[in-house]
Design a protein around this ligand. Structure first.
Ligand code: APR
Ligand code: PHB
Length: 388
């Protein structure tokens, strides 16, 4: 097979890049190691920046998002027994859309299939070759047979554990990492959300987040310890713990029900630099991870592939400027999101070894944030997404 761009990984980054390239008249193949059902079974976050929703519109996959997505003009911060609304729309003129990442991926898969574009699911043993030359190749195995894809470029959209970043010689890569000393225990339930808008709660027992997927489906999280196990948490124990971390008048109205998914995720910040090696370009989780507190993971993946699709279009139009600037352009935005996610995580969580100083600083900062327009605006601007 010969294509212009071989996309490794069929998550949101790979699929959106495929759609952007299709619209730009550039041919690409998506190689995904899992099945389509497996990819659609993964539960991920669900807050889209306005710029993300606009881009999905631009590539023609925004219809269901507008029908089913929930437009939010504010979020609440819970602390000191009360909840305080941050008016995102008033402070920034923008809003966010609550729409599951899984739904975004599904819409992109459907658009890809409708356009008759090729995705190879269950592509095993994907290997990358010769990306330091103008003729890179990707090999994979499917049903026991080995195939080779010749291409101009490889887009590594295969997530944190993928093969793309791992194929780069170690001395060509610098990584930066911070692992946080706690995790998030998440529950999905077929219950109406406790609040119309998201609540991020700082509590002496630990962080909690009230989110949603629709008017009838809620997504909640509580901070847990790193060695905690899902089996330690009955549904009843989860609901009790969540209630304790919310202001009483909100906790009272919480509607509980059986969990339909329950999982624990660790929190980390990670960046690999640069994001380009010859003709291999990393995008999304393959290059960077943020803790979920700022809801930036998907939005950053979208910003990378937005830049990458433009860079490839420029290349085929005769200029290498876009591909040469790709890494620097992405990383500027990436580090701002990494900073925001680190800051918001540090502000809202209980740090296990703290002697009492940390919570006092958090309380002072939260007090400042809600009473100062500058403070609220800084939070709001980052949350809704910095301008491109
Ligand atoms: N070969 C082919 N595909 C692979 C390989 C491989 N060796 N390794 C991983 N993949 C696939 C995974 O199965 C997955 O479907 O690459 C895809 C990567 O998708 P994601 O992990 O969802 O990463 P990305 O598309 O960058 O999306 C970023 O996902 O983790 C969240 O918070 C993150 O919201 C952000 C978004
Ligand atoms: C979610 O709905 O899963 C979600 C929302 C906001 C976050 C993280 C996760 O910051």
């Amino acid at each position: 097979m010969r294509v212009q761009v071989a996309i490794v990984g069929g998550g949101p980054a790979g699929h959106l890049l495929g759609q952007l390239l299709y619209k730009a008249g550039i041919d690409a193949v998506v190689l995904e190691q899992r099945s389509q059902d497996y990819v659609l079974g993964r539960i991920r976050a669900g807050v889209l920046e306005q710029g993300t929703a606009d881009l999905l519109d631009e590539v023609g996959v925004g219809a269901r998002l507008h029908r089913e997505g929930l437009v939010h003009g504010g979020v609440a911060l819970g602390f000191g027994g009360a909840h305080h609304r941050i008016d995102l729309h008033k402070l920034t003129g923008k809003h966010v859309t609550v729409y599951g990442q899984t739904e975004v991926t599904k819409d992109l898969m459907e658009a890809r299939a409708a356009a008759g574009l090729t995705t190879i699911y269950e592509a095993e043993h994907v290997t990358l070759h010769d990306f330091d030359t103008p003729q890179p190749k990707v090999r994979y195995t499917k049903n026991g047979a080995t195939h080779e894809v010749l291409c101009d470029f490889i887009a590594g959209c295969d997530g944190y554990h993928g093969v793309s970043r791992a194929s780069v010689p170690a001395d060509a890569l610098r990584t930066y990492e911070k692992v946080y000393p706690f995790g998030w225990l998440g529950v999905l339930s077929e219950t109406p959300p406790v609040s119309e808008e998201l609540i991020y709660a700082n509590h002496e027992r630990g962080f909690a987040l009230c989110s949603m997927r629709s008017h009838t489906r809620s997504r909640y999280y509580v901070q847990c310890s790193l060695d905690d196990k899902v089996e330690n948490w009955s549904d009843a124990a989860f609901w009790d713990e969540l209630r304790r971390r919310l202001a009483p008048e909100v906790a009272e109205t919480l509607v509980t029900g059986p969990s339909i998914e329950k999982s624990i995720a660790p929190l980390r910040s990670f960046v690999a630099e640069p994001m380009r090696f010859g003709r291999l370009f990393l995008a999304g989780d393959a290059a960077h991870i943020v803790p979920p507190t700022g809801a930036k993971g998907l939005n950053l993946a979208v910003s990378d592939v937005r830049y990458l699709s433009r860079a490839f279009a420029e290349f085929y139009g005769g200029s290498e400027a876009g591909i040469n600037n790709y890494s620097d352009t992405c990383l500027r935005r990436v580090w701002k999101a990494v900073r925001f996610s680190w800051w918001f995580t540090s502000l809202m969580h209980k740090f296990p070894d703290d002697t009492g100083f940390g919570p006092k600083i958090q309380a002072a900062e939260l007090d400042y944030l809600i009473h100062s327009e500058a403070g609220s605006t800084a939070l709001a601007e980052n949350y809704v997404g910095l301008p491109y």
